[in-house]
Design a protein around this ligand. Structure first.
Ligand SMILES: NC(=O)c1ccc[n+]([C@@H]2O[C@H](COP(=O)([O-])OP(=O)(O)OC[C@H]3O[C@@H](n4cnc5c(N)ncnc54)[C@H](OP(=O)(O)O)[C@@H]3O)[C@@H](O)[C@H]2O)c1
Length: 359
């Protein structure tokens, strides 16, 4: 049994879907049944029979989580980390919690693999409020090209690492196939949405003001140190996805097309079928901490395909439950990428309901 945390998120839902498609027994974690990664003991019932874990970083007690895994007989952890862990600047709030998460897993005695992706293509969903309001999108760091990666490709590598011992003890830098400026991503998105979209780069002063309004200052500083202090390299294209999966990483055009409006009835049917197939969570009946019904399985919303359309236009997709707060893609705030989770080891306190980045 493989345990997937963040199973409703951009990466986790892809891991869940790909493992399910491969016929691997999988259990997905959602907080709906009371389990919380910030409370390691709450995971105990969900860990029964688990041999490998796909783990998100930055929770309150990463050492406690690793200890629970070890006690439950887990053998292998695949940690979703970040290029921020390579930056090795522990004064940077994001790097600090990524490094802390890697250290906790490394020191746990469990076999580990670290995935260190560049910014996710799904961070583009952050533009949704502006796209709803008009055809102009403004954002910070307009001069920084990023080789962003499709969460589906991160998941493909994660699946390999979860299933194959050859990846133990390896830390993989992951990127998409090309480095693009925000304006270039917006242009591609405009083509996919059939809209004439225009990018406006914020000055650094404007960016600081906008980010500070929704994000703890330590994270605003972290972003400026990444993209103005140049302590992170998210521009380099890494061959890892192709080396490990045997196929090139998905382009931003592919991502945008996948998440743009469905163009035909056939696409709609395909989406529904894919969503249903991808969304099964297998769990013992009534298992606490697993979003399962008493019948032993449940469907979670899998809003990946057509998310732009769902958010921008009429709800063409009718199957499946309504999105929950965790699926609302535009909650992430600051520019560049969807950095870090609130509540991580180094995360400053954050008022409820504010927008924090989700990297
Ligand atoms: N965005 C980037 O560019 C980037 C780059 C590198 C690394 N990362 C890292 O990647 C992680 C995953 O990103 P994503 O985009 O896949 O995430 P996401 O779409 O924001 O989803 C977050 C997931 O985490 C779950 N979650 C949040 N708090 C939890 C808690 N206390 N206990 C249990 N589950 C909890 C949510 O579950 P619910 O359904 O219960 O809310 C959801 O499934 C980020 O958290 C970040 O640390 C991001």
């Amino acid at each position: 049994m493989i345990f997937v945390t963040g199973a409703t998120g951009n990466v986790g839902r892809e891991v869940l879907a790909q493992l399910t498609a491969a016929g691997v027994p999988v259990r997905g974690l959602s907080r709906t049944a009371g389990a919380d990664l910030d409370d390691p003991a709450s995971l105990r019932p969900a860990l029964e029979g688990v041999r490998a874990v796909f783990l998100l970083p930055g929770y309150r007690d990463m050492r406690g989580l690793a200890a629970e895994f070890a006690a439950a007989g887990v053998e292998r952890v695949v940690l979703l980390s970040s290029q921020a862990a390579v930056a090795t600047d522990s004064a940077n709030a994001v790097s600090a919690y990524m490094i802390d998460s890697e250290t906790a897993v490394r020191e746990s005695g469990l076999a580990w693999t670290f995935l260190r992706p560049a910014a996710f293509m799904s961070n583009t969903l952050r533009w949704l409020p502006q796209l709803r309001a008009g055809d102009v999108v403004s954002d910070a760091f307009g001069d920084v090209p990023i080789a962003s990666i499709d969460p589906a490709d991160i998941a493909a590598v994660a699946v390999k690492a979860l299933l194959e011992p050859a990846h133990e003890g390896r830390a993989y830098s992951l990127s998409g196939p090309e480095a693009l400026l925000p304006a270039e991503r917006l242009h591609i998105l405009g083509r996919a949405l059939d809209r004439d979209l225009r990018f406006e780069a914020l000055t650094d002063e404007e960016a600081w003001t906008r980010m500070s309004a929704t994000t703890p200052i330590a994270y605003v500083q972290a972003f400026f140190s990444f993209y103005r202090g140049h302590i992170i390299d998210e521009t380099t294209v890494h061959p890892t996805v192709e080396n490990l999966t045997g196929r090139p990483p998905r382009t931003f055009t592919q991502w945008a097309t996948t998440h743009a409006p469905p163009h035909s009835e056939r696409n709609l049917r395909d989406q529904d079928a894919r969503r249903t197939a991808a969304a099964v969570i297998i769990a013992p009946p009534g298992t606490a901490g697993v979003s399962a019904t008493t019948s032993g399985s449940a469907h979670i919303d899998n809003p990946a395909p057509g998310r732009f359309h769902e958010a921008l236009g009429p709800a063409l997709i009718t199957a499946g439950p309504a999105p929950t707060a965790s699926h609302v893609p535009w909650r992430a705030g600051p520019p560049g990428s969807g950095w870090p989770r609130p509540g991580g080891p180094s995360a400053p306190p954050r008022a409820r309901g504010t927008c924090a980045p989700t990297r």
